[in-house]
Design a binder for this molecule. Structure first.
Ligand SMILES: [Zn+2]
Length: 94
């Protein structure tokens, strides 16, 4: 289970992920009643430094605020289709 560092509301949480001591992205945990755990999660990155050899991998634009993040574009889970925006530290359903 991913960590839940930040509560975005609507049952959505961010757990930040690190590489070499630096936050490089996160995992968005979101409700999914079809899963036994009632949740599902999706990863994102805003720092491309891990993917120097892969310039096609999508990264998100990030305002740099770990308390009130704004990330773009929107998030759509490839597993369950859950879709919305992270704006000013809140989950905004699409
Ligand atoms: Zn999902």
């Amino acid at each position: 289970m991913p960590r839940k560092h930040l509560d975005l509301g609507n049952g959505v949480f961010i757990g930040w992920t690190q590489a070499e001591g630096k936050r490089i992205g996160g995992i968005i945990t979101h409700p999914n009643p079809k899963n036994e755990s009632g949740e599902c999660w999706a990863s994102f990155w805003f720092d491309r430094s891990m993917f120097k050899d892969d310039d096609k991998r999508p990264v998100w634009e990030f305002n740099g605020d770990f308390e009130k993040p704004t990330l773009s574009p929107s998030f759509q889970c490839t597993d369950c289709g859950f879709h919305g925006y992270v704006r000013d530290g809140k989950w905004d359903p699409a």
